[in-house]
Design a protein around this ligand. Structure first.
Ligand code: UD1
Length: 445
């Protein structure tokens, strides 16, 4: 595999002498001037991971464009190579070429599997191609139990025998059968996993109460191009006509709406302005509505339907929201939005309904002077006049973004450890923020 990585480190000022330096890599974020400028988005992490997994369904060479150079993507490439695929990555072209004709294993080594939760997404493709799959329970962010019971019980319904022993999952299905599947919850991963298996089975599979996140729709585009027929029946049903001869594809990954949201919030929290010419406003409706309710001036669709720009209000107002499956407010923007609400006038209430433990960033924001009270799955945020730099620890990808955003607005310096979470989810977001005027520096231990 060819990988060329940009490990350049942005120079920073000296840390304050009274703060002992962390023993691991860390980000130093200083109060920054209003961010200003135009930024191109990268490909969506949550779309590319599953689309890489879907290539297992084919026998041949596929090309993916607009592939982000983030750590989770590298882990997924490592997983496919471990199965025997030939993988070439050209970060400068954002292009990934995968030859799946050499795949000769259906068992994923536990140490690779545990690194990313998305690795569970190879279960459906491996079962469909080899009739067997062996995986360890996947890893990923520590934001709740994150079981895969909805995936497993529906593979059983399609005819698979599934054994779970410790954290090992073994599945066997001499012949998967098309079925009508009803999901207890519109899980993104379960929808994707089951849909990929169904795409490779002749006959009609229906997935009722399916997730319809934009990243799921990007996977549908890929599976259709491979040869499956997939239709969406309102309100939340996928109808899949599979075929055993799925073909290799070339596909351009959708842009990252979560990176778009994070950049918009960076401009908002610093009182700046930003232009995202290749962002798709139609996949961020509720989030953009909330930015407008805060008082920010948001323009959408300037480039033939594409493009989002934001001019920040100097007096942001509190807003409340509930996270929920698409098209609701995305849980992955909950933590970044909370950082902005810490400095908004009035009381905001955030109700997190997707994950049972996605408030790890609250304690860290409190260290910076935020006034937040958590009651069960709700956080009440009373806007404060100012945040103050502190030593904080990122516990998950989106929480890391939240702390970086808070650091941009906080007086003094914020030192954030747990940088690997930031690197897993975002390609060079620190460098993009620096380009817009942020004072942010990655320090190696
Ligand atoms: C994907 C995204 C993640 C996002 C999430 C919700 C990827 C790589 N990650 O994660 O960034 O936060 O969608 O938009 O695409 N659940 C069960 N049983 C299951 C499956 C899920 O109880 O079998 C629960 C989870 O614990 C969680 C909730 O359902 O509380 C949502 O999970 P799911 O939609 O499956 O998220 P992921 O696909 O893991």
């Amino acid at each position: 595999m060819t990988i060329i990585r940009d490990e350049a480190i942005i120079p920073s000022q000296q840390l304050l002498p009274e703060q002992p330096l962390p023993a691991e890599s860390y980000l130093v974020v200083e109060q920054s001037p209003p961010l200003a400028g135009e930024v191109e988005l990268v490909g969506a992490k949550n779309a590319v991971l599953v689309i890489i997994a879907s290539l297992i369904l084919t026998d041949g060479t596929s090309i993916l464009n607009n592939v982000p150079d983030s750590d989770d993507v590298h882990q997924m490439m490592a997983l496919l190579m471990d199965l025997g695929a030939q993988v070439q990555f050209y970060p400068e072209k954002q292009q990934l070429i995968v030859n799946t004709s050499t795949i000769n294993r259906y068992s994923v080594r536990a140490e690779i599997m545990r690194k990313i939760r998305a690795s569970a997404l190879v279960l459906g493709p491996l079962l469909a191609r080899f009739t067997r799959a062996e995986i360890a329970m996947p890893g990923g962010d520590q934001i709740g139990a994150r079981p895969i019971d909805i995936h497993l019980k529906n593979f059983v319904r399609m005819g698979a025998t599934v054994h779970v022993e410790g954290d090992m999952v073994t599945a066997h299905a001499p012949s998967l059968a098309p079925r009508t599947l009803v999901l207890d919850y519109p899980s993104v991963g379960a929808t994707e996993n089951l849909m990929m298996a169904a795409a490779a089975i002749p006959g009609t599979t229906r997935i009722i109460h399916a997730a319809l996140e934009p990243e799921v729709l990007d996977l549908i585009t890929v599976l259709r191009q491979m040869g499956a027929q997939i239709t969406i029946e309102p309100p939340m049903t996928l109808v899949i006509q599979g075929t055993t001869s799925l073909q290799p594809i070339e596909h351009t990954i959708m842009n990252d709406r979560l990176e778009a949201g994070s950049l918009l919030l960076a401009a908002a929290i610093t009182g700046g302005q930003i232009d995202l010419p290749n962002a798709d406003p139609s996949v961020l409706d509720v989030f953009l509505l909330k930015l407008e309710e805060m008082g920010h001036h948001v323009r959408m669709g300037m480039n033939q339907g594409k493009g989002i720009s934001l001019v920040a209000t100097p007096h942001p107002r509190a807003v409340s929201f509930i996270t929920s499956p698409y098209p609701g407010f995305p849980t992955d923007l909950q933590a970044p939005m909370m950082a902005a609400l810490c400095l908004a006038e009035g009381q905001s209430v955030i109700h997190e309904t997707v994950y049972e433990n996605r408030m790890l960033h609250v304690r860290e924001l409190q260290k910076m002077g935020a006034n937040i009270k958590v009651e069960g799955d709700k956080a009440r945020i009373l806007g404060v006049e100012a945040l103050y730099g502190a030593q904080v620890i990122a516990g998950d990808i989106r929480g890391s973004c939240s702390l970086v955003l808070a650091g941009l607005a906080a007086h003094g310096k914020t030192i954030m450890t747990g940088v690997h979470h930031f690197k897993r989810g975002y390609q060079a977001l620190d460098k993009k923020l620096a380009y817009l005027g942020a004072k942010i520096a990655l320090k190696a231990a």
